[in-house]
Design a protein around this ligand. Structure first.
Ligand code: CTP
Ligand code: CA
Length: 224
């Protein structure tokens, strides 16, 4: 298979990437989700593959497409993503968790379509329960020699919130991006990130195309 004449620094490495949103069904046709495009994760997976890695992507429901040399595991819910990622983790050297996992799922109404006349007084409440934290569980089961890269989507106090996630989830590198601002986050082709690592390094990059952010993240991983 043809690959770029890049650094080849990931040759022989098994890389796991999660990407896209998760979808949590409520009734037969409705769900809780978010607008993650999967673009950042797809860029990271493609860049790792170009640098020689054997890449597996666990992909939630999104339009992102990956080079044919990458193995893809499609999932829908957070619990499916959790099961797939945890099963692959012991065989991986590096995992990069870009997925925008739904923190909660509705208590299912059932397989039928909910009828609006069932709601009383035109009001309807939802009960939600917490989903497993995939990154946290992978951090807790990380073995020496494995590298774990987390992402953080923040609307404020970027570096402070991100540092807490780096430490709290036992990551080696954390990539924080502001969401809800132009040129960065969920539905854009560019990203503005702050990168924090275990050695205490912190870097903020300008707005860059996601493929370039991805390439530079792998450059940084080779320095860890
Ligand atoms: N993550 C995960 N499983 C979850 C929630 C988050 O694996 N159930 C991962 C994301 O893929 C990301 C990192 O944890 O790599 C941080 O996600 P983020 O939503 O920013 O942080 P949370 O820990 O969920 O905290 P909060 O949403 O309250 O900021
Ligand atoms: Ca979250």
């Amino acid at each position: 298979v043809l690959r770029a004449a890049g650094p080849g620094d990931l040759a022989g490495k098994r890389v796991l990437v999660t990407l896209g949103p998760t979808r949590e069904m409520w009734d037969g046709v409705r769900f809780l989700s978010n607008s993650s495009s999967g673009a950042m994760g797809a860029a990271l997976a493609a860049a790792a593959w170009l640098r020689g890695a054997e890449v597996t992507a666990v992909v939630g429901p999104c339009e992102a497409r990956l080079p044919s040399g990458i193995s893809v595991v499609r999932v829908v819910s957070a619990r499916e993503m959790h099961e797939a990622a945890l099963a692959l983790w012991p065989g991986a050297n590096i995992a990069c968790l870009t997925a925008a996992v739904s923190d909660f799922r509705p208590i299912p109404y059932g397989a039928e379509k909910f009828k609006k006349k069932t709601a009383q007084g035109g009001q309807l409440g939802f009960d939600l329960e917490e989903n497993p934290d995939i990154l946290l569980n992978m951090g807790q089961s990380k073995k020496s020699g494995q590298t774990l890269i987390g992402f953080a989507a923040e609307t404020s106090s970027l570096a402070e919130n991100a540092r807490a996630k780096l430490v709290g989830k036992n990551c080696d590198l954390l990539v924080a991006n502001l969401v809800g601002v132009p040129e960065s986050g969920f539905e854009t082709s560019t990203n503005r990130i702050t990168l924090l690592d275990r050695a205490g390094r912190e870097e903020s990059w300008p707005v860059l195309p996601k493929p370039e952010v991805a390439w530079r993240i792998w450059d940084h991983v080779s320095l860890l």
